[in-house]
Design a protein around this ligand. Structure first.
Ligand code: APR
Length: 244
């Protein structure tokens, strides 16, 4: 399918980073099985109880800091170099696609690498937020006006960046193949993107360790770990395309 396709786009979720040691959200042991997303993951809960986010961030900090891209991330970067991945649309905030070499990454749910003061909008790096929150011991507040600093991740109930979302929709609706990797497809608007590809008669390949409620949309479902399946897909594409 990759050989026959002109415009390939990839949609990734937390599952692609599980083999980098970062838990996903809804699998057993996932983040939302430990922290109630209604108390820890909504914009309203952050505004009213920001200490909850930093409590969760304190536990996640070493995992995120020690995480390295895994073979799945590197396989997508190679697919881009082979001209067969226009962009990676990710729901992840871990920056691993960029560190693996993907150059066109749309972060639908933002990034953990920066934050903004909720009052004066001053920008803070992750390192500055870690220091100001004493690595999750307390809420990170702006040194200028003591207002809460909000990390640039998208919380439930918070709008996505409209420019990122409209570009993602445009990519999905102009691609003839979308690889959907490590996504439960339970959270919208990201979960609607495969439909955009389908609607323009594009094909869908799902790569996941378990079935999703949307598998009937897929032209092919590869059940397996992304770190095994994606490198194998790239290798067989190179063989078929006669690329050494
Ligand atoms: N390889 C492939 N798929 C995997 C792997 C793996 N090694 N490990 C887990 N998965 C699959 C799981 O089976 C699951 O279907 O990845 C999927 C991860 O689903 P979720 O945990 O729901 O993560 P995601 O789809 O990214 O969630 C979407 O929900 O809470 C919000 O903002 C958060 O971006 C997140 C969004």
């Amino acid at each position: 399918m990759i050989l026959e396709s002109i415009q390939v786009v990839v949609l990734t979720g937390a599952g692609i980073s599980v083999e980098s040691g970062i838990p996903d959200f809804r699998s057993p042991g996932g983040l939302w099985t430990k922290y109630d997303p209604l108390l820890y993951g909504t914009y309203e809960s952050f505004v009213n109880h920001p200490e909850r986010f930093w409590e969760m961030a304190k536990e996640l900090h070493p995992t995120l800091e020690n995480a390295e891209p895994n073979p799945a991330h590197y396989a997508l970067a190679e697919l881009e170099r082979l001209g067969k991945c226009r962009a990676v649309i990710t729901q992840n905030i871990d920056n691993l696609h960029q560190r693996a070499g993907s150059t066109d990454v749309l972060e639908l749910h933002g990034t953990h690498r920066s934050g903004h003061c909720m009052s004066c909008r001053r920008v803070f790096t992750l390192e500055e937020m870690n220091e100001l929150s004493e690595y999750g011991e307390c809420v990170a507040c702006c040194p200028e006006d003591d207002a809460t600093i909000k990390p640039d991740v998208v919380f439930f109930g918070e709008p996505l960046d409209s420019k990122v979302l409209s570009r993602a929709a445009e990519l999905a609706s102009t691609s003839d193949l979308m690889l959907v990797v490590g996504c439960s497809l339970e959270v919208y608007p990201a979960a609607a993107l495969p439909e955009y590809t389908k609607r323009r008669k594009g094909r869908l390949v799902f790569i996941n360790t378990i079935a999703t409620y949307h598998d009937d949309q897929a032209d092919l479902v590869c059940l397996g770990k992304a770190g095994d399946v994606l490198p194998a897909i790239v290798e067989s594409y190179k063989k078929l395309a006669g690329i050494g």
